[in-house]
Ligand binder design. Sequence first.
Ligand SMILES: [Zn+2]
Length: 192
Amino acid sequence: MAINLTLQNRCNQLCELCGKHDGNLNPYSVPPKGDDSPDNQVVLCVDCLEQINSANYSDTHHWRCLEGSIWSEVPSVQVLSYKILESLISEDWARDAREAVYLDESLVEWANAEDALEAEKVVHKDSYGVILESGDTVVLTQNLNVKGTNYSAPKGTIVRKIKLVQDNAEQVEGKINGDTIVILTKFIRKSV
Ligand SMILES: [Zn+2]
């Protein structure tokens, strides 16, 4: 991918993490930012890029470069350095480097945002572990008493167009006999 002029001027043909002069530099958007605004990007050599893409930071000798890049004047470079230092935090030098620099609160938030997103993600799965989505059709895997009514829905009942309960991975909503009820995911099977 070509590097735009703003980034070219900023990085001076050097990898913004390890400082390597490389004819093949690549812009990298620091997650969770996905756009290609220079403010969200870091210019990386192939060495750095490959290790980041594979999340493999075992070459600690290489990553000692973060002791310098964490002091960068470019926020995105600081954020990326911080994130990688987090992955290396069991190394004394990495912990020292991360603690030595004061990062603006918004930058720390940026650095931690990806993990937070991951943790917040609620995934609904049916009784067989198949991922459910809103709009799916499911089948009841056992007889269910429908709360607040006097009927029970027999095993095998088909429920169309379920809705996921956003903050609870164990619940979906669906219509049975015209009533919208909450159904536990452990009692349903996705219909294909
Ligand atoms: Zn590099």
